[in-house]
Design a protein around this ligand. Structure first.
Ligand code: BGC
Length: 410
């Protein structure tokens, strides 16, 4: 089998980021409030602070991505900056994100905009978040107000990033408010009411966007864990998959595409999700090092929504050893290539992440293709950035993953 991957015509080739993780000083957001509340578990108590200061340095970020050869950039706009108080919109923040769209185009990077990447305005959270009665209307109003950002020159919009994780956070949030013990065994179930609200919010956003510019291709990005069943956990795995993954994937029917986000696999036994087995190779997040996750995730999604084109909107690894990042990514791309060869309609790949950034409570897990000095904010591309970026121009990438699975224990 060939060890290279030829990028099909029009294939999107980029890197991803999210506003809260790179912009810095996102002080009106709910996550900023959590960071400073003392409620997060001990090892997730680092605050985001200036993050990568990308609110000011986005031009540098885009210059680098374009110079490296990428043709696409996925970034998010921050609701908390655009609507810092209910119904009060910042024209300056809207103009800022519009400049980013134009800046990307000028550099030859096609922008994919994410409208919601985990964070909300603090006021939205305080009034009940996705559980409040008017959550869907409020999100729709925000999307409508943000229309000048995407009205022209934006071809792809991701409405909501990983709604399935957002629904899990909602369960966590309720447990914290009720002072419940979070260390329950098994998996954290997505909150049912939040799941419904997010699906309706997505549908509302699609409606608003299509009303503004019908040619925009809209979708949402779902975290797609693959469930690896052990000790007869089949029924439990099916239950978890249905509530934590499938309902969100099925909701994308009728969309222009669905975003697949894959990093690792999840072990499930009869009592629920299990820790990564002892001796398995791990990454800095404690997840199993498992490159085939991407190909497997793509195949699960294609089975659920066979008519919906797939875009890989996130895939990557938290690693300090960049050689291992290249090996992991190479293995993941091999899985993607094989899925495409089997006829699955895959339209693009965005690596997570462009920069070493704020990983929701800690700067330790470094997912970036580009290192960022925490004090000076100087950016230094890693070898993985050059390797991956170059494929954007040559439209072909050498894969080096022959003995990847030798690290796996299962
Ligand atoms: C999220 C990112 C996150 C990444 C690695 C995805 O769940 O969209 O915000 O940094 O995975 O954990």
């Amino acid at each position: 089998m060939s060890t290279s991957f030829q990028l099909p015509d029009g294939f999107l080739w980029g890197a991803s980021t999210a506003a809260h993780q790179i912009e810095g000083m996102n002080v009106n957001s709910d996550f900023w409030a959590y960071e400073h509340s003392g409620l997060l578990p001990e090892r997730f108590r680092e605050t985001s602070g200036d993050a990568c200061d990308s609110y000011h340095r986005w031009r540098e970020d885009m210059d680098l991505l374009a110079e490296l050869g990428f043709t696409d950039y996925r970034f998010s706009i921050e609701w908390a900056r655009i609507e810092p108080a209910p119904g009060e919109f910042s024209n300056a923040a809207i103009a800022h994100y519009r400049r980013m769209v134009e800046g990307a185009i000028e550099r030859g990077l096609r922008p994919m905009l994410t409208l919601h990447h985990f964070t909300c305005p603090r006021w939205f959270d305080e009034q009940g978040g996705w559980d409040s009665e008017d959550a869907v209307d409020l999100f729709g109003r925000f999307v409508d107000a943000a229309a000048p950002i995407f009205a022209t020159n934006v071809k792809h919009i991701c409405t909501i990033n990983e709604p399935n994780m957002v629904a899990r956070f909602a369960t966590l949030r309720k447990a914290v408010l009720a002072d419940n013990d979070l260390q329950q065994s098994g998996s954290l179930e997505p909150d049912g009411a939040t799941t419904g609200a997010l699906i309706r919010a997505h549908q509302r956003a699609v409606q608003v966007i299509r009303g503004v510019t019908p040619h925009i291709q809209v979708g949402w990005s779902v975290a797609i864990p693959n469930y690896f069943v052990v000790d007869g956990g089949e029924a439990r795995a099916a239950e978890i998959a249905s509530r934590s993954r499938d309902v969100f994937v099925l909701a994308s029917e009728g969309d222009d595409w669905i975003g697949v986000q894959a990093y690792t696999r999840v072990f499930v036994g009869p009592d629920g999700e299990l820790p990564v087995p002892e001796g398995a190779p791990k990454t800095l997040t404690g997840w199993e090092y498992y490159p085939p996750a991407l190909g497997e995730s793509i195949r699960s999604v294609a089975q659920l929504v066979p008519g919906t084109p797939i875009i890989v909107t996130e895939n990557g690894i938290a690693e300090s050893d960049d050689t291992r990042r290249i090996a992991y990514t190479s293995g993941a791309l091999e899985g993607m290539r094989d899925a495409a060869a089997d006829g699955i309609d895959i339209r693009g790949y965005y690596h997570w992440s462009a920069l070493d950034n704020y990983e929701w409570g800690s700067f330790v897990p470094t997912f970036g293709l580009i290192a960022v000095d925490r004090k000076t904010f100087v950016r230094t591309p890693k070898p993985s950035a050059a390797w991956l970026g170059a494929a954007g121009q040559s439209r072909s990438i050498e894969l080096i993953s022959d003995d990847l699975m030798s690290e796996s224990v299962v």
